[in-house]
Every structure is written in C-alpha cells, then in structure tokens.
Write a protein that binds this ligand. Sequence first.
Ligand SMILES: Nc1ncnc2c1ncn2[C@@H]1O[C@H](COP(=O)(O)OC(=O)CCCC[C@@H]2CCSS2)[C@@H](O)[C@H]1O
Length: 326
Amino acid sequence: MIFIEWPDTDAYFNLAAEEYIFQQLDKNQDYALLWQNRNAVIVGKHQNTIEEINQDFVEEHDIQVVRRQSGGGAVYHDLGNLNYTFIINTQTSLYDFKELSLPIVHALQRLGAQVEFTGRNDLVLDGKKISGAAQMIKQGRLLHHGTLLFHSNLEMLGKVLVAKPAKIESKGIKSVRSRVTNMRDYVPDISIDQFKSTFVQTLAEEHDITRYELSAADRAAISALAAEKYSTWDWNYGQSPEYDVKKEYRFDGGGLSIYLKVNKGVIQSVRIFGDYFGAGEISDVEERLQSVTIREDAVKAALSGLEINDYIHGLDLDTLAHFIAV
Ligand SMILES: Nc1ncnc2c1ncn2[C@@H]1O[C@H](COP(=O)(O)OC(=O)CCCC[C@@H]2CCSS2)[C@@H](O)[C@H]1O
C-alpha cells in the first residue's frame, strides 16, 4: 500500500489530487491518503449545492465550495478536520464501510478516543458524529474517504450548512444533519500529527507501506485538473440536478416573489410577482433571464441596460442580481 500526504490546503487542489491519484497513478497499487482543507464545504456528487449551503455566509467567510466525485451529503472542513482516503482494488479487498474504517477506528482508540461505527457509516463519540464517509466505485476500483473532526470550528460548521429559507424542490440528494463533536472535547491532548503517525503504524501492521511524494509533474497535472474542473462554477454549482425554487424578497416599499426552474445551472423559466411594479413590463425582465446561467455576473449581464427601478420600484440591478443568483 502506498501512503501519500501533501501539505496543500486548497480544496480545489485537494479534490483534484484525489481524482488524479485514482485515475493516473499505478492502478495495480492500493493507496492511503491524508489531507486537509482550509475552510471549505464539500458537497456530494448528486447534491443541489445552493440547497445545502448558506451562500452569503460562504462569501463573507471566504469558504471554498467544491463538489466531490462520491455521493452523500455536504460537510464542512477546516484545519481542525483531517480527511483520509483509501483507494483500493475491489477484487482483492473488502469494500464494506465498516471494514474500511477499521484502521481509522483502531488508530483513534489507541489515542484514547473511544469512537464507534454506526449503521449510517458515521463514526461517533459519545453518540455524536466525528466522521462521515462516502464512496465511489469506478472501473473495478474503490475510493473510500472520510472526515475526522479533531478541533474544527463547529459554530462555522453549523452556520454554513444551512441554506437560506427558500422553497426549493429538487431530486438532489439531501444531507443528513447530525449532532457533531470534536474529538478534542473528549481527549484534550489528541492531535492531528499524533494521529497521522499512529495511523501509519496501524496500517503498517497489516500492509507493506511505501511513502510516495507527489512529484512536480504530478502537481502540475493536479493543478491543471483543479483549474479545469474543481475550481469551476460549472462543476461546483452548475452540475446540480434540476430544481424549482420560490424566492421571497422584502424591501422598503414592497415584496417580490420569484419562481425559477433551473437545470444544470441554467434558468429554464422564471416568473416574477409583486405589488410595486413600475411602468416597465416585468415580462421584459423575465425574458432577459431566460436561458441565463444562474450566476450573479451572468444575471447582471443579461439585465444590463434595463433600468430595474422602472420595473420594480426601489430595487437596483445589483440587489436583484444578487437575490436571483444567491
Ligand atoms: N467534517 C465533518 N465531519 C463529520 N460530520 C460533519 C462534518 N461536517 C458536517 N458534518 C455533519 O454531517 C452532516 C452530513 O452528513 P451526511 O451523512 O449527509 O454526509 C456525509 O457525512 C458525507 C461525508 C463525505 C466525506 C468526504 C471525505 C473527503 S471529502 S468529503 C452535516 O449536516 C453535519 O451534521
């Protein structure tokens, strides 16, 4: 088994690194990876991103939002959280969630954290979640990865994983919200560094472990994959399943209701209702929004040149674009 860790904390780079190691490194080998993201939300492959996160909070706190290749729900990462990944050949290894998490469980128990596996594929401590895991199977190989909460900011975690109260209907996979805790609250001296070495020792009891350092060529390919996929709005937001959303906006002088149907990040239909309309026909605004990507800059561009205040008294373009897109 090959063990790889790397120092980068950029979530775009790190999700790209996982995919690169899975797709490009020697497929006859099994891998164990440890890596950390600075503030980020990682959503499941089949999730509707805006349904899972507080977009304003994300922007205010400079949190990266990245879609991953495995299914399941949305989780928050920061430097108090450690991620592990196993990439294995499913013909030769077990791919049961519980079996796969055993080296993690054993290493944590050795450090005094009495974690347990639950039927939901979570690890819990004192009944509270400290780890969530997800899997992807491709071409006979399995990627199993999970989080480990050592000392994350749970206030941020709680705030960022709450969508604004918009009424959304979609077939997107919903996250299963749990009570979470940090292992540090139960084992005050537990550290990520200590865990890393105990984990490698635990693995070495069952496998021959070889360390591998990502080369300059690996890093260049990973950066390219991050640039073309994991850092793009198209992948992180646009890949969401079709959804319908009703948005309500109150402002001085009135209120606005907007109904949107969005597929692959593109507005399919839009209806705007309110009681404060001006001289302009609101259908002009609706028509301009047809087939527009639901991003703030794209919405702004589509509506540019329209004097929004003529259509909706008291509203300007920036406010409307932000409201529609976020
Ligand atoms: N970092 C972290 N660790 C454990 N649990 C978390 C975390 N962040 C949020 N949560 C809780 O889990 C639920 C979502 O649970 P749910 O079961 O819906 O989703 C998961 O667990 C997915 C785990 C994906 C792991 C990957 C590994 C590398 S990249 S991400 C969320 O609403 C919170 O209550």
